[in-house]
Design a protein around this ligand. Sequence first.
Ligand SMILES: [Mg+2]
Length: 221
Amino acid sequence: MTLTATSSNLIPADLQSAKIDSHRPLLIVDVDEVLALFMAGFQRFVERHGFEMRLTKFALFQNIYAKGEDNHIDMLVGKTLFDDFFMSGGKDMDPAPGAADALANLSNQAGIVILTNAPEHGRDERARWLKRHGMDYPLVINSGLKGPAAANLAARTQKASAFIDDLLPNLSSVAADAPQVKTFQMVADPRLRPLAPSDPDNHTRIDDWTLLHPALEQHFT
Ligand SMILES: [Mg+2]
């Protein structure tokens, strides 16, 4: 990630170049399992490479097996598949139902920034995927917990902000670093929904864009 030095800290270039209108609400939204059916796409990709996925945990590599094996693949094999998927696997991945329409609609009311933890080498593939599926909004590539990036973005508007992610650590991180941001948890893959840790007292859980859309509209009104 390119870093730009300022007097007090280092701000990633993506954050600096994201234009935020201080007079509009702001939606900060994750990609994998929110806008994109990541696990289903990754499953197709690993199966084309001779592996199989048995979805029993809210985890990644621990669900992937060499065909017929009892033990899941090791981290190194998993990391290679993961890196290759982000480099070239976009065609295997479908958008979450209703996501593009909801964002298009919400963009009349709020600014939209996509905040993803895709690896930097997957930037072009990710940008192409978003464009192909009608979600061509400012893209911020993050690494690690999302609280600092969300706080940076949300501090630039006087209006309401919201953040959507599937992962509880990211939601907790945003709640801690930017408590004015309303947090929503969404898990797009129905198979992962019962496996995903959640904290509904602190982060509103809505797994369907047809329901999440009106909740966001209401929050921004
Ligand atoms: Mg995600």
